[in-house]
Design a protein. Structure first.
Length: 255
């Protein structure tokens, strides 16, 4: 293998590794540090990595020749199980346990593993909505209504990802459909606490990890990354608010 071929493979591997770390919820400083350690472990020098939620730029020297690449990211999600597997792979590479070929195989194996079954995800969404409704002061009947609202939210999120809608529109849809049932029931059954059900359901859409990462980036001085993530958080919040406002407004004008 020539130096150029090896460098290209290192760029592709490290770029894919970085993208997967970001997409599954890793902090930017952890991505940069992981890629620097991985590339150093593979024998290259003067490694420089710059990562923000939308792009990764990597450069290094191999036998006094400079190689560089950049990788564009679109879309993200949170998968802590996969993130842990990627972190474990990074540690094994840094410990010198894997060659580049073996590391590429391990990464491909991680990415090919099946996620949780869809039914498990739906039930989890329903249970979380049920429990958060109780947490915020709702009654058991309110929580029971929140359970199907959680299922609807999961279906809407999945549908939005399938059609690759933008962040704002997907949250408008999710907020709108999650609020339809409690708004309708609240208009016909005064005992239903519409606000508690809606609050408990929209907790499924709150980007908690992103908010925590924003605070961590601010404290660490990563201003650009913090501003980028804060913008995403605000878009999510505005989208959810607009979505919930639609059925509430319609209920007052139509019903």
């Amino acid at each position: 293998m020539t130096d150029t071929q090896r460098a290209e493979r290192l760029l592709e591997f490290s770029g894919e590794m970085g993208k997967r770390l970001i997409k599954n919820g890793a902090e930017m400083y952890r991505v940069e540090e992981s890629l620097q350690l991985i590339l150093t472990a593979f024998g290259v020098h003067n490694v420089k990595v710059f990562a923000i939620p939308s792009i990764i730029m990597i450069s290094f020297k191999l036998n006094d020749h400079l190689y560089a690449g950049q990788f564009r990211l679109k879309g993200n999600g949170i998968n802590l199980e996969r993130l842990e597997q990627l972190n474990a792979l990074s540690r094994r590479i840094c410990a010198g346990e894997l060659t580049l070929e073996q590391a590429e195989g391990e990464l491909a194996a991680i990415l090919s593993r099946k996620r949780y079954p869809a039914a498990v995800s739906y039930v989890a969404f329903g249970i979380v909505a049920f429990l958060f409704t109780l947490f915020w002061g709702g009654t058991l009947p309110d929580a029971a209504i929140a359970f199907p609202c959680g299922l609807i939210t999961k279906y809407t999120v999945t549908l939005a990802k399938r059609f690759q809608t933008n962040l704002f529109f997907s949250n408008v849809l999710s907020g709108c459909f999650s609020a339809v049932i409690p708004v309708l029931l609240g208009r016909f059954f005064p005992a239903v606490h519409t606000d508690m059900i809606i609050i408990g359901t929209i907790m499924l859409l709150v980007p908690g990890i992103a908010i925590a990462n924003v605070m961590r980036d601010v404290l660490a001085g990563d201003t650009l990354t913090a501003l980028t993530r804060l913008t995403e958080v605000l878009i999510v919040g505005v989208g959810v608010a607009v979505g919930i406002a639609i059925p509430l407004a319609l209920s007052h004008t139509v019903l």
